[in-house]
Design a protein around this ligand. Structure first.
Ligand SMILES: *Cc1c(COP(=O)(O)O)cnc(C)c1O
Length: 419
């Protein structure tokens, strides 16, 4: 097979890859790719139209997951795509090694500083590197203050990714068991319970690591006075407050960053997913000078993090997010969606609760014979891609560029399946 590929032009190579049949795709995924994901059956997208995914037979499914918010700008966003093509045509290097200065990284720094209000950006790749890096940063900062056994507090129901460090945070045995031993220095506290945090936070706590809205944990929205109270406790104990906004950032909850709802600004902010509009893994950490200055040449690094191509994509994505007013759009469409879904819930024996912040929406179902995954497979048959988080919550977080008509289509699917 490789012999055949060696003779192909770029166009023919793309055509060749995209021409294997659906049956062969499923078969080969089973035979040659690790089985760490269960696959939705019967749908293989080969084209897209904003928030819609289209298979080879022309069947359209509305993407109600947006790759967990990586595709907030829809799929293959035309503006970002054109920036990428134009940039590649300049023949600029796409990667140099961070010891070489590059213009896209510098410019991204300017843009991100203005947009986020943080002094510094530390670039990384996949989302999990953001909390990982934030933990390293908080530990180093704590060490330099003389705290040689810094503790990081994390929360029940949290999700920060899949590295060894954060894998210990899972309650779900499939996600956690068998991956130890785990690094020490972490302490779990119930989410949205300020008294519990008060009992364990001390001056030797290095940081509190929290999602302003828990995504993978089931779209869990804390009480409105919770994050300000966490901020106050952190201030009193000289503890760094880290928000993991890998999923909630860039407009998903109806503000540019979810922390803006509460006004409780973090010391370190983790970003990922949507900052690349879904074109490649881009993530990173924001912090002010006092904290970021503990890093010196050699203390941390990444081959691909901050590469010219990645930073050009980040700049284009941020420009498009702001130009399309994603935060406002998410707030409006989200309020409409929750209102409509609550109407569906009134007539449904299946739905227990609908909750959301912007277009980050969870539909919790009553425990019964069928779980959230079963209903997601039925939704797929109707043309809506939704995804279960845990057993009893269906997540709905479509690309924020979707239209009211798209939302109405999704509501119809929910009505049909959850009536
Ligand atoms: C998705 C996610 C991550 C991990 O991102 P990956 O790109 O999958 O490594 C970390 N934190 C939160 C809150 C996330 O939603």
């Amino acid at each position: 097979m490789i012999e055949k590929l060696l003779k192909l032009s770029p166009e023919k190579l793309v055509k060749e890859v995209m021409s294997i049949t659906d049956a062969e795709t499923y078969k080969t995924l089973d035979a040659a790719i690790a089985h760490n994901y269960g696959l939705y059956p019967g749908f293989i997208p080969v084209a897209s139209d904003g928030p819609w995914l289209i298979d080879v037979k022309g069947r359209r499914c509305l993407d109600g997951v947006s790759a967990y918010s990586a595709a907030n700008l829809g799929h293959n966003n035309p503006f970002v795509r054109n920036v990428i093509k134009t940039f590649l045509d300049t023949a600029s290097p796409t990667i140099c090694g961070r010891f070489i200065a590059t213009k896209p990284l510098a410019y991204a720094g300017k843009v991100l500083k203005e947009v986020t209000g943080f002094d510094y950006f530390l670039p990384a790749n996949g989302g999990v590197e953001a909390p990982e890096t934030a933990i390293k940063l908080a530990r180093l900062y704590s060490h330099k203050k003389g705290n040689l056994e810094p503790v990081i507090i994390y929360f029940t129901g949290c999700f920060h990714g899949r590295t060894v460090t954060v894998t210990q945070f899972f309650e779900d045995a499939v996600c956690r068991d068998g991956f130890g031993p785990f690094p020490a220095g972490f302490h779990k506290v119930p989410f949205n319970d300020i008294e519990a945090l008060k009992k364990v936070i001390t001056r030797s706590t290095a940081a509190v690591l929290i999602e302003p809205v828990q995504g993978e944990g089931g779209i869990n929205i804390p009480d409105s006075d919770y994050l300000p109270a966490v901020r106050e406790l952190c201030d009193k104990t000289d503890t760094l407050l880290i928000y993991d906004e890998v999923q909630t950032g860039w407009g998903r909850t109806g503000k540019l960053f979810a922390w803006e709802h509460s006004g409780a600004r973090p010391d370190i902010l983790c970003t990922g997913k949507s900052i690349s509009a879904g074109f490649m893994p881009i993530a990173g950490v924001f912090a002010d000078k006092k904290i970021m200055d503990v890093l010196t040449p050699g203390s941390h690094g990444s081959t691909f993090g901050g590469s010219p191509l990645a930073m050009m994509i980040a700049i284009a994505s941020v420009v498009e997010i702001l130009r399309k007013n994603l935060p406002e759009r998410s707030a409006e469409l989200g309020a409409y969606t929750v209102k409509q879904l609550k109407k569906v819930a009134v007539k449904s024996k299946i739905i227990k609760e609908v909750r959301g912040m912007g277009l980050m929406i969870g539909i919790e179902i009553h425990k019964g014979e069928k779980n959230a995954h079963d209903y997601c497979l039925k939704l797929l048959k109707e043309g809506l891609i939704a995804k279960d988080t845990h057993d009893w919550v269906i997540r709905f977080s479509p690309p924020i560029i979707c239209s009211k008509n798209d939302i109405d289509f999704a509501i119809d699917c929910f009505r049909t399946v959850l009536r």
